[in-house]
Design a protein around this ligand. Sequence first.
Ligand SMILES: Nc1ncnc2c1ncn2[C@@H]1O[C@H](COP(=O)(O)OP(=O)(O)OP(=O)(O)O)[C@@H](O)[C@H]1O
Ligand SMILES: [Mg+2]
Length: 244
Amino acid sequence: MEAKPYLQSIALQHDSIDSYDEYPFDIPAVRELDYLDFHPDVTFLVGENGSGKSTLIEAIALLLGFGPEGGTKNVQFRTSEDISPLSNYLTSSRSFKKPKDHFFLRAESFYNVATYMDDVGYLRGYGDKSLHARSHGEAFMAALTMKLSGRGLYILDEPEAALSPTRQMAAVSAIHQLVQDDSQFIIATHSPILLSYPNSRILLLDGTGISEVEYEDTEHFAITRHFLNNYERQLALLMDDPET
Ligand SMILES: Nc1ncnc2c1ncn2[C@@H]1O[C@H](COP(=O)(O)OP(=O)(O)OP(=O)(O)O)[C@@H](O)[C@H]1O
Ligand SMILES: [Mg+2]
């Protein structure tokens, strides 16, 4: 029996849902969800803004025992009361083997986690330097490369938000090293660079629900490539200049 994936699958308990008219059950990706199988290495969640990636990833994190703002499992604080009840309606299937390390990285609330780490003096694993004394991208890379110790289950929501293209490639490398060290990732992303990581499954959230998609069939790959290869023409179209 394989140890990975630590988180094998989740299922939505439709019997317990009273109405699909309100958030989060009105989101098509949630409404149509029966169960999801996770890749042993990396599962990517992609989809338009508002398609439900953060809602789903937060619910998975809560189901696994993380605090809603992210961090390690020891970080259990919340600055917002706006936590969706979705995790209460999910069940999970897990490996016989438990991960040794956990981290939930949210672009949206990373600043709050950094402040919390400062407040409690919990900087071990971050290079003993306040995350606020680093730039946004440096702090993110510090969390990724120094805090994550392997044999872990890691949930990342838009880790690329602060990262330059070069750092995004460095992040792919860091993710690969952690995967080789028996880690599993679930990552919501818009980054065509991160999405290129091959030991993965890409799940697309859209108006019809959730489906698996190949890297080169994602809009992230196709649109970015088309734009960069034709950016002058594309810009002219976007800026509506009939002379170009
Ligand atoms: N607390 C909330 N109450 C009501 N609706 C919400 C709440 N949070 C999110 N939504 C709505 O749910 C939908 C999904 O939001 P979510 O944040 O999960 O999207 P996302 O796929 O992560 O988008 P992005 O790519 O912009 O991060 C959106 O239409 C959003 O407006
Ligand atoms: Mg989001």
